[in-house]
Design a protein around this ligand. Structure first.
Ligand code: GTP
Ligand code: MG
Length: 149
């Protein structure tokens, strides 16, 4: 089954968007397999965005991610990686469609509220980076047959 690492960034936590964001993923039908609030260590934030280390905004990006607590989550379901990216919206919130999380709640790329994995490979890489084995829970939503045929 496909899994995505979703992280509510420090601005999303500070602005009180945690419940709203979780609700959107729950209502879409995906299953929550891991959830924690934590202060990201700088080394892990750097590793998480290692593909972007040559970008001019990389130092600011790392500072942003460690600027306050984040909520890390693992969401599971068919097509969750691409679907989560749609729910989240474009990187620049001004380009993100209304109805998406960034489209509804942001203005700048440097304060775009939430992260979502961009491929199944990166999803698994990020889950392994941010979660220990025992922190993930194996369970089935009883509503599942009403969401997945
Ligand atoms: P993530 O889900 O966080 O990975 O965002 P993304 O996949 O939509 O974009 P990308 O991976 O290219 O960039 C990672 C993060 O870097 C973005 O979410 C932004 O927070 C930040 N970022 C990207 N481009 C810019 C930029 O031009 N300026 C600034 N300040 N930040 C940027
Ligand atoms: Mg990305």
């Amino acid at each position: 089954v496909e899994r995505s690492y979703i992280m509510i960034k420090p601005d999303g936590v500070q602005r009180g968007l945690v419940g709203e964001i979780i609700t959107r993923f729950e209502q879409k039908g995906f299953s929550l397999k891991g959830l924690k609030l934590f202060q990201a260590p700088k080394e892990l934030a750097e590793e998480h965005y290692t593909e972007l280390q040559e970008k001019p905004f990389y130092p600011e990006l790392v500072k942003y991610i460690v600027s306050g607590p984040v909520v890390g989550m693992v969401w599971e379901g068919p097509g969750v990686i691409a679907s989560a990216r749609k729910l989240i919206g474009a990187t620049n919130p001004l380009n993100a469609e209304p109805g998406t999380i960034r489209g509804d709640f942001g203005i700048q790329s440097g304060r775009n509220v939430i992260h979502g994995s961009d491929s199944p490979e990166n999803g698994e890489r990020e889950i392994a980076l941010w979660f220990k084995e025992g922190e993930l829970v194996e369970w089935t939503r009883t509503i599942k047959p009403w969401i997945i045929e």
